[in-house]
Write a protein that binds this ligand. Structure first.
Ligand code: SF4
Length: 354
């Protein structure tokens, strides 16, 4: 299944068979690979020294030849409802945001897939400074492992993953697929594919690749506007992939995977939250298994939009539902923290480099 090659140096991104090849190249029996994988992902080993079942000389050899570094906590914000936002640092000093969200079934984690983002959506804090670099599969999986470590103190753990944080996951496709394999493996974090949602702003060719991959993850398409004219004002990606290309691919995804497609729709006051837009949206997503998730907008200082008032949100939902389409309003979690995607990293950068 793994579609990309990984450098021998990047142990955190390796699947078990790659670890076995690495260890064999050092004259170490393959069964040590299973131990390495388990200790990294089940026990959260911070270094080879922590792998107690390994002989001392193997721990030293791996430390010298294939060092790895886990994510380090820079900042943590915890809201009253338990929503927890983590600012995590990688070995090159770049930072990502990860958010833990409480639900009735336990916690979900919102994972970032890139440092910054190239898509330039007009309402988003993450894209303000463009894409800095891709995250490796290990850096993505380590966000989940770090989240579990934080939640252990609360007697909880992560049971669902949303790849919806900073970045466009399908713009980092090979690392995304590797990440999905890593977190799904029963010897690591053991998250069912059906409990994983991957979001996209609408990169049509990569959506087809994901549909054809056979991985039964949920696809969440950030739609945010029901017409090309409006979507172009909010999302530059619509230039390359207008609705006439995007919507047939959503249908293809639903038909190929048997999974309904979720449409994310951010409500911006008097921009996209009128009765006409609600009807246009319903017409667009009807006819195949779909779900609409309305998102009350978290204000970002750098952008001029205003959140939709409550009555606009309710009216919008009720019109979409009248078409027989499943439509929910995302709960507003973590209101008192920098809850909009990318805000914590931006604030921190502003503090560090005024
Ligand atoms: S909304 Fe998502 S795709 Fe758009 S700029 Fe922000 S992180 Fe990128």
């Amino acid at each position: 299944m793994t579609t990309s090659r990984v450098e021998f140096g990047d142990v955190l991104s390796m699947v078990p068979k790659e670890m076995a090849a690495l260890l064999e190249s050092l004259g170490v029996p393959r069964f040590r690979a299973k131990q390495l994988f388990e200790w990294l992902w089940r026990h959260g080993a911070e270094s080879y020294e922590a792998i107690q079942v390994w002989p001392k000389d193997l721990r030293e050899k791996m430390t010298a030849r294939h060092p790895f570094q886990r994510l380090e906590l820079v900042q943590q914000q915890v809201a009253h409802d338990g929503t927890t936002k983590l600012l995590l640092q990688m070995k090159d000093g770049q930072r990502v945001e990860t958010v833990l969200l409480p639900h009735h079934y336990g916690y979900s984690v919102c994972v970032s897939s890139q440092v910054g983002c190239a898509m330039g959506c007009k309402f988003c804090a993450s894209g303000l400074k463009g894409r800095v670099r891709q995250l490796t599969a290990g850096e993505m999986a380590d966000q989940v492992a770090f989240g579990n470590q934080v939640l252990r103190e609360r007697g909880a753990k992560i049971s669902r993953i949303d790849v919806m944080g900073i970045g466009e996951p399908l713009d980092n496709y090979a690392n995304l697929i590797r990440f999905l394999e890593l977190v799904h493996d029963p010897e690591s974090l053991n998250i069912s594919y059906r409990h994983i949602t991957v979001s996209t702003s609408g990169l049509v060719p990569a959506m087809k690749q994901l549909a054809d991959s056979g991985l039964p993850v949920t696809l969440a398409v950030s739609l945010h506007a029901p017409t090309d004219a409006l979507r172009l004002k909010l999302m530059p990606v619509n230039r390359a992939y207008p609705l006439a290309k995007l919507m047939p691919m959503c249908r293809y995804y639903a038909e190929t995977t048997g999974r309904r497609v979720t449409f994310e729709y951010l409500l911006l006051n008097d921009i996209n939250d009128g009765e006409a837009e609600a009807r246009q949206l319903a017409e667009l997503v009807r006819g195949f298994p779909s779900h609409v998730n309305l998102i009350p907008w978290n204000p970002v200082d750098e952008h001029p939009f205003q959140p939709s008032p409550r009555d606009h949100v309710r009216r919008f939902q009720s019109i979409v539902q009248d078409y027989g389409i499943s439509c929910t309003i995302r709960r507003e979690l973590g209101q008192e923290i920098d809850a909009a995607c990318g805000q914590l990293r931006l604030r921190e950068e502003e503090t560090v480099s005024p």
